[in-house]
Design a protein around this ligand. Structure first.
Ligand SMILES: [Zn+2]
Length: 238
């Protein structure tokens, strides 16, 4: 089992780890701060260096059959198993994803509080992000209204905190139920909860900034009407 360092601290930029195994041309580490692909986020990228100075690019981290695999280039050979590596995250990409991700959660909280609207999907890249939600209309003035409200949330410096809850307890929490905590596989006994003070609270396994202030300016890119109750908003952060 790989220890996931980013679940407790999203600000680790470099770390040391041991390669415990090599599988499918990927390495498995004893611990990792590389956030892996999933939950609408792209994988981190970065570099690894062995104690003898051999360098590898970390191209993608992903989860497969309960394991976290790191695809590296050049491809690893069996001599790497057991070696200690120094790992550095491409922080430019990661930090933009953190800002986008927290922005998406904050928009989700805002949409629910202001319009009773439910977010049905989303996707995050360092360049732009997308949020899908159910709402009667999304005309230009409403997009503007959402952006204005988000400015207030960003300025409000709301703190983001993470905690772990017992599954049974989480299944009774109304806000977590609203954000579909029940869809988390029953094998997960401890639920990680991401709380944006007074804005949003949901079960989540991804990386976030520590205050809404770090989101910066949210710029709407375009909005789409994809049916009566399915609206889509693309945005970026500056
Ligand atoms: Zn999330």
């Amino acid at each position: 089992m790989t220890e996931l360092l980013f679940l407790k601290d999203s600000y680790i930029k470099d770390f040391e780890a041991i390669i415990i195994n090599i599988e499918e041309d990927c390495i498995i580490l004893d611990k990792t701060a590389f956030s892996y692909r999933g939950g609408g986020l792209q994988s981190d990228e970065g570099v690894l260096e062995t104690s003898s100075g051999q360098k590898y690019s970390m191209i993608e981290a992903f989860s497969k059959s309960g394991k976290i695999l790191h695809k590296i280039s050049p491809e690893p050979d069996s001599s790497l198993a057991g070696q200690k590596v120094n790992c550095k995250i491409n922080w430019v990409k990661r930090y933009r994803q953190m800002r986008m991700h927290t922005a998406l959660h904050a928009i989700s909280g805002l949409l629910h509080k202001k319009y009773g609207s439910t977010v049905t999907g989303g996707n995050i890249t360092p360049e732009k992000s997308r949020v899908d939600f159910e709402i009667d209309h999304l005309r230009q003035e409403r997009v503007q209204e959402i952006i204005e409200e988000m400015k207030i949330i960003v300025k409000g410096d709301h703190k983001i905190s993470t905690s772990f809850m017992e599954r049974d307890e989480a299944l009774k929490d109304p806000e977590l139920i609203r954000t579909k905590v029940n869809l988390i596989p029953p094998s997960v006994k401890k639920i990680r909860v991401v709380d944006i003070e007074d804005v949003d609270r949901q079960a989540d396994g991804g990386v976030h900034v520590s205050s809404t202030k770090e989101i910066g300016t949210i710029i709407p890119i375009k909005s789409e009407n994809r049916g009566k109750n399915n609206k889509r908003l693309y945005f970026t952060v500056e």
